[in-house]
Design a protein around this ligand. Structure first.
Ligand code: PMP
Length: 407
């Protein structure tokens, strides 16, 4: 890993220099949100200092430069995931917003009573609830691909579940609660054999795994800016042109129209048809800076570094007395969920916080996963490009200390 300059990368993230409870911050809650590099923080300041203006409206200078910058993001995202066209990139508020858009608009266009939507047993609530709401409204059925004790999807069951009734498969690329990497290319291939489109929730993949939507042949792909080192309040829904064109708009309002009269409104073309109202302009613009930052380091290099760190962390945590890993799939990315026998995750989380170590405790918006394992929640460490082996060692020491206090 000779080209991976971890010291420089850490220096790029000012928050990593701060202390929490008198201890150096160790931030292992990257699955929830990532920290921001100085270039992104500077871009936010620059936007409000030099550019602030609404997009897609004014002829005046500021509106033109903010519109241009916003559209640069669309093209940067297009390049980042290798979409065929920039208008296939819909700027949303985040993954949840995109999934609700998709359930609403795809549902209106394609789903009727008796149809089925197929999701997996390891979905985040945001890839469950919008589909449940749609199924309730339409009299359709939500089907679930089961997973085994390791937290891997049952691919035989998946093949059985794909049927003429299946209108869409919507599945996560990487599980936020277990870290499992799903065989998404194979899943798309199998669905396409039956002409079923596939939506990929890439909220936990986009920052860890290079993604090429054309190579994957994904029909839809979603992610949130804030998990990929950009600000909160912006996300992406990629969709194939033909599918997006066949779907009705989501919200009505400014920007999404061609012409409005009281009798009839005609809708704008892609991507604006799905982008009603003023977006989070600052976050939208700064997403480009975050993607540039990642691309400069190289997502392949980041992935290799994180892979090695995950292996190190798994081995180091194995030495903690009483540890029970939840999710032991062969293919994993950047998430380790676990329990310490005889303790409650929340108590461990509180003690770690006193030591300056940020982890997540609870059900991680994946209650069905917790139900399957018969547990109320887990302790979750989730890695990012700036974490180190020394930080893992601090976590291990903290866990041993917390367990000694509690047991
Ligand atoms: N899907 C997955 C797999 C996630 O991890 C998350 C965020 N935890 C979401 C969807 C929802 O993302 P957001 O809260 O940014 O809309």
């Amino acid at each position: 890993m000779k080209n991976y300059d971890i010291h420089k990368i850490r220096a790029d993230f000012p928050i990593l220099k701060r202390e929490v409870n008198g201890k150096p911050l160790v931030y292992f809650d990257n699955g929830a949100t990532t920290q921001k590099p100085q270039v992104v923080i500077d871009a936010i300041t620059n936007y409000y200092t030099n550019m602030n203006s609404n997009v897609h409206r004014g002829v005046h200078y500021l509106s033109q430069i903010s519109t241009d910058a916003f559209e640069v993001t669309r093209r940067k995202v297009q390049a980042f995931i290798n979409a065929k066209h920039d208008y296939e990139i819909i700027i949303t508020k985040g993954t949840t917003d995109g999934l609700n858009l998709l359930a609403h608009c795809f549902g209106k266009a394609f789903v009727t009573a008796g149809d089925e939507i197929l999701i997996s047993a390891m979905e985040h609530h945001s890839n469950i609830v919008p589909w449940q709401m749609l199924c309730e409204e339409k009299g359709a059925f939500l089907k679930v691909i089961p997973m085994n004790e390791q937290g891997e999807l049952d691919m035989d069951a998946y093949k059985q579940l794909l049927s003429a009734k299946t209108k869409l498969v919507s599945v996560t690329y990487v599980s936020n609660s277990l870290g499992t990497i799903n065989p998404i290319a194979e899943m798309i291939r199998l669905a396409h054999e039956r002409q079923i489109p596939v939506a990929v929730d890439a909220a936990q993949a986009i920052q860890h795994i290079p993604i090429d939507v054309q190579e994957l042949d994904a029909d839809f792909l979603l992610f949130s800016g804030h998990k990929v080192y950009a600000p909160t309040g912006v996300g992406v829904l990629y969709g194939k042109e033909a599918l997006l064109n066949a779907m009705p708009p989501y919200q009505g309002g400014g920007d999404m129209i061609k012409e409005v009269t009281f009798e009839k409104t005609t809708y704008n073309e892609l991507p604006f048809k799905f982008e009603a109202g003023t977006p989070n302009i600052e976050a939208g613009i700064c997403l480009a800076d975050a993607l540039d930052y990642i691309s400069e380091i190289g997502l392949e290099e980041i992935a290799a570094y994180e892979h090695e760190l995950l292996a190190y962390a798994t081995a180091a945590l194995s030495k903690v007395p009483g540890i029970r890993f939840i999710g032991t799939a062969k293919e994993k990315s950047s998430v380790i969920s676990f329990l310490i026998t005889g303790t409650h995750p929340y108590d461990i989380g509180v003690i770690l916080d006193k030591l300056g170590i940020a982890v997540r405790t609870g059900h991680h918006c994946a209650q069905p996963v917790m139900d399957q394992f018969g547990i109320p929640g887990t302790i979750r460490m989730s890695l990012a490009m700036y974490n180190t082996k020394e930080e893992v060692d601090s976590l291990v020491a903290g866990l041993i200390r917390a367990a000694n206090m509690l047991l």
